[in-house]
Design a protein around this ligand. Sequence first.
Ligand code: C5P
Length: 356
Amino acid sequence: TSSVPSLWGIPLKYLSLVTLAVQNSLLTLIMHYSRVSTPPSRSYSPATAVLMNEILKGSISLVIAFARIDASSPDVAGQSTGYPRTLPARLKRLAGDIFSQDCWKLSIPAILYVIQNNLQFVAVSNLQAATFQVSYQMKLLTTAGFSVLLLRKRLTSPQWMALLFLAIGVGVVQIQAGAVRVVEDGVRQDDTHTMNAIKGFLAVATACVTSGLAGVYFEMVLKNSQTDLWVRNVQLSLFSLLPALAPVFYLYASDPQEGWISTLFHNFGGWAWGTVCVQVFGGLLTALVIKYSDNILKGFATSLSIVISFLASVALFDFQITFTFILGSFIVLIATWLYNHQPKRSESIIWALGWP
Ligand code: C5P
């Protein structure tokens, strides 16, 4: 993590943060649209989307990991053996890196992320795009909680206060969640897709728990070893395959008459593929942000995406702005700022993780 690369003169750190903010908003909007724009009988399976996400992300990471094998990467025994020149030698090195002794550690965040990615579909299908985005800010709360519990991190008083504000802000936004009637594409929601705010909120709350735990755990594994980020990503995707396949098996078992492929890709159209692509891009970006930036700045990027999603929801989904929504969002933004605004060199999650 010592040298920070740049693209067109812009440090990758800032480029990845801004891109993450835009990606966050785009994902919420496209995922929301792909789920609520069609009646349930014609909607695609989120389980397939989660599985495709992992397969694509894992494949891209595998190609990058393969391209990055160089003299500096240690072999399985932990000693640098020099640049492997032949294809079989390079493949052997890569396989050794991926199936390393400590690869099992990735199974924990992998399972958590699969649960989170599935819950995200439930949440986004049952809440307004902007409401979901604000509620998803509770990730800050869970990330802090797990850091205190698992990493013995100590929070400053303003940070505890910020977390309290965050909970209040999300609570205020929820007040209006059930009351809003949305009109999309000129079709009333209750004619097509019924949104259940309580179900959506429970899903987003659980997703926040898995996000906090998986994030802290992934970072801990990444920072406590020399293994390449892309190798860690491949390990993460490999361990995700089994839990991601489980709901697909269930889907197939419920209607074995249909073939495998048609069960998997039933109603899986352009919007579904679009959602998967934005999600894959986001996953790779999150990994880069964890490596080249930090959780503190990541929090800022996410809060920026609240504003983008909010404005886009008003423009695209005829989202009705209520006073409680503005008030709640404002409290959440202030809380995010307060949480991230720390005196220099004070303890942060990153430092607690032993990151310079
Ligand atoms: O919102 P949060 O930061 O918890 O979201 C993390 C997302 O990024 C999840 O969808 C997860 O699958 C993905 N991710 C990834 N690779 C990583 C870390 C996270 O694909 N190394």
